[in-house]
Design a protein around this ligand. Structure first.
Ligand code: ADP
Ligand code: TRP
Length: 341
C-alpha cells in the first residue's frame, strides 16, 4: 500500500520555541515514522514581516537544524526551503483566482493586523492562499499543525472545492469521500490534542509575537531565567495548590512521564510545596529532553554547508513531486503544458 503523505511548514522568524516544538515539530517527527514526509521552511511566508536578509538566511538554517535535531531524518524525509521551489507562487496565483476576498478577510492574522492597526501588506492578505498552495502543490494528505493554523487548513479545503468545481465541474470527491485524482486533493489537519495550544510564560498562547516563550535551544542558564518568569498565583507556600490551573504544571505535563506528572500533582495538593520548587522540577525535565537535542543542534548549525546540501537535495525531491501536480493544474485551467523554465 502506498503511504499517505504528511506535509507542514514553519516560518524562519527567530528561534523555535516550546509551542512550536510540542504543537508542530514533535507531532511532525512522530508522523514521519509512518507517513511519507514533506517539511519545509516557510521563508516566503516569513517575508510578510521580516526585513533583515541576514536574519532570514540564518533563521532558515536554525529551523532546518531544529527539525533534524528533534529527530527528523533527512535521509527518509524531504526537507526543503519553500523559496527553492518557486512554482508554489504559480499555484498560489491560480488559487487566488478562485478565492473570494471575503474568505481571506476572515483569516485571524488579517483581522488581528487590521484591528491593531498594523500594516496589512498584500502578503498578509494572500498568506492563506500561499499556504494552501504549499499544501496542494504536493497532494498532501495530512498536515500536522498547532490549533491556530486550523483555520488556514479549512480555507485550503474550501479552495480545493472552488478550484475543482469551477475548472472541472465537480468537487472531485464521490459520496464515500474518494478523490477522483483529477483536480486538487483535500488535506486533513492533524492537531496534537495535548499540545493544541501550549501556554506561554504569562498564560497566553506561547508565541514569538508576545515574547512569552522559552526557546527550544536556550542554554540551561537562559532556560532557568525564562522558567523562573512563569506567572503563578499568590497561594502561600504551605497551602495546597491546584495543579490544573497552573502554567508551570501545564508545561511540565508536556515533558514528564505519567508517573512524574502524578507525583508532581500530589506535591501540589499536599501543601508545603511552592511554585519555585515546581519550576525547578520543570527545569530538570526540560533539560533532560532538550539537552541532548541541543548538542545535536549545535553540531548541525556549525556545518552550514552540510545543511545547505540537505536543503538543496530536498528541493530537488520536492520539485519532482510538484511538477506533475502543476502540470495537472495547468491542464485543468487551460494553460499550456511544460512551459520553458
Ligand atoms: P509563532 O506563533 O510563535 O509565530 P509559528 O507561527 O511560526 O509560531 O508556528 C509554527 C507552528 O507551531 C505552527 O504549526 C503553529 O500552529 C505551532 N505553534 C506555534 N505556537 C504554538 C503554541 N503556543 N501551541 C501549539 N502550537 C503552536
Ligand atoms: N502558516 C504556518 C505558521 O504560521 C506556516 C506554514 C506555511 C504552513 N505554509 C504551511 C504550515 C503549510 C502547514 C502547511 O505556522
Amino acid at each position: 500500500m502506498t503511504k499517505l503523505r504528511a506535509l507542514s511548514g514553519i516560518k524562519p522568524t527567530g528561534s523555535p520555541h516550546w509551542g512550536n516544538y510540542f504543537g508542530m515539530i514533535q507531532p511532525a517527527v512522530a508522523l514521519s515514522k509512518s507517513y511519507e514526509s514533506f517539511y519545509f521552511i516557510a521563508d516566503f511566508h516569513a517575508l510578510t514581516t521580516v526585513r533583515d536578509a541576514e536574519a532570514l538566511r540564518a533563521d532558515s538554517y536554525q529551523v532546518a537544524a531544529t527539525l533534524i535535531a528533534a529527530g527528523l531524518d533527512p535521509e527518509s524525509c524531504v526537507l526543503w526551503r519553500q523559496s527553492d521551489v518557486p512554482e508554489v507562487c504559480e499555484l498560489a496565483w491560480l488559487l487566488g483566482c478562485v478565492t473570494g476576498y471575503g474568505l481571506v478577510e476572515r483569516a485571524h492574522a488579517f483581522k488581528d493586523a487590521r484591528a491593531n492597526e498594523r500594516e496589512v501588506n498584500f502578503g498578509v492578505v494572500s498568506y492563506p492562499v500561499l499556504m494552501a498552495a504549499d499544501i496542494l502543490l504536493y497532494d498532501a494528505d495530512a498536515v500536522p499543525v498547532g490549533k491556530d493554523q486550523v483555520q488556514h487548513l479549512e480555507m485550503t479545503r474550501d479552495m480545493v472545492g472552488y478550484f475543482n468545481q469551477q475548472f472541472l465541474g465537480s468537487i472531485g470527491y464521490d459520496d464515500d469521500d474518494r478523490w477522483d485524482g483529477k483536480g486538487l486533493k483535500r488535506p486533513e489537519p492533524i492537531v496534537a490534542e495535548r499540545a493544541a495550544v501550549v501556554p506561554g510564560l504569562d498564560g497566553r498562547k506561547m508565541s514569538k509575537s508576545y515574547d512569552n516563550y522559552v526557546p527550544v535551544f536556550a542554554s540551561p542558564k537562559q532556560m532557568k531565567k525564562r522558567i523562573m518568569q512563569i506567572v503563578t498565583d499568590s497561594t502561600p507556600l504551605e497551602e495546597p495548590k491546584d495543579p490544573t490551573t497552573c502554567n508551570v504544571f501545564a508545561m511540565y505535563r508536556l515533558l514528564a512521564t505519567e508517573a512524574e506528572v502524578e507525583a508532581l500533582a500530589a506535591k501540589y495538593r499536599g501543601g508545603n510545596f511552592g511554585y519555585g520548587h515546581a519550576k525547578l522540577e520543570l527545569l530538570a525535565v526540560a533539560e533532560r529532553t532538550f539537552g541532548p537535542m541541543r548538542e545535536r543542534y549545535e553540531a548541525l548549525l556549525a556545518d552550514r554547508d552540510g545543511l545547505e546540501a540537505i536543503l538543496q537535495r530536498g528541493a530537488l525531491q520536492a520539485r519532482a513531486v510538484a511538477e506533475p501536480v502543476l502540470e495537472r493544474v495547468r491542464a485543468a485551467v487551460g494553460l499550456p503544458l511544460r512551459p520553458v523554465r
